[in-house]
Design a protein around this ligand. Structure first.
Ligand SMILES: O=C(O)c1ccccc1N[C@@H]1O[C@H](COP(=O)(O)O)[C@@H](O)[C@H]1O
Length: 215
């Protein structure tokens, strides 16, 4: 993996998933605490997986509009390196979470047209990282993990003052094109490395990382 491409593999639920993601070269592993997700993991299980994650691989929690009580409980159990906020948390809420937990915060911004781009600038002032994702399709029961891509041309050539990741419908087949179209150096993938919803596939992880490496 070239030094400057980093991949977050999100929604890991089994001990093998950690080993497979690390073998594929993931720089981040994601634990999904959104109850309606097929990738949901209980905090106690996530703790066991986090403790098996090697130094140097960042352990990221994914929550959606979690309140302080939920985040207090989560951070007390799971050793984390970063908090991914995948709901409609305001910039003020992002700043408050960052201050309360003393962990880097990555705010997700859903994109469907140019009007959404201004939001990215606002969150860049308070978040440590940004994650630029597709907006969920109409009727979706979760705000991410829907295997939906957005028009990458919307962010072609854009740069922000903090590091950012590209997400949304990335797969081994399209990740190289996504990198070329957006200039992304960090990628986040959930569905595209699964054989069924919530079931990670070691071969797809390898394929994804190989395609990103070759871009
Ligand atoms: O993966 C989920 O089920 C999920 C649920 C709620 C919020 C976010 C979720 N996943 C995140 O969504 C993006 C894109 O996922 P995909 O590759 O399109 O499946 C990614 O950030 C996941 O971390």
């Amino acid at each position: 993996m070239p030094e400057d491409i980093r991949i977050k593999m999100c929604g890991l639920t089994r001990p093998n998933d950690i080993a497979d993601a690390v073998r594929a070269g993931a720089g981040y592993v994601g634990f999904n605490f959104f109850a309606r997700s097929p990738r949901y993991i209980a905090p106690e299980i996530a703790r066991a997986l986090a403790l098996e994650t090697p130094e140097g691989v960042a352990k990221v929690s994914l929550t959606v509009d979690a309140d302080d009580a939920a985040l207090d409980a989560l951070t007390a159990v799971v050793p984390l390196d970063m908090l991914q906020l995948h709901g409609s948390e305001s910039p003020e809420r992002v700043a408050a979470i960052k201050a309360r937990y003393g962990l880097p915060v990555m705010k997700v911004i859903g994109i469907s047209d140019t009007a959404d781009l201004a939001l990215i600038d606002a969150y860049a002032l308070v978040a440590d990282q940004l994650l630029v994702d597709a907006k969920p399709p109409k009727g979706a029961d979760r705000p991410g993990g829907n295997a939906t891509a957005f028009d990458w041309g919307l962010i072609a050539g854009r740069r922000w003052s903090v590091p950012w990741m590209l997400a949304g419908g990335l797969t081994p087949a399209n990740v190289a094109e996504a990198i070329r179209a957006t200039g992304a150096r960090q990628l986040d993938v959930a569905s595209g490395i699964e054989s069924a919803p919530g079931v990670k596939d070691a071969a797809l992880m390898q394929e994804f990382a190989g395609a990103a490496r070759g871009a």
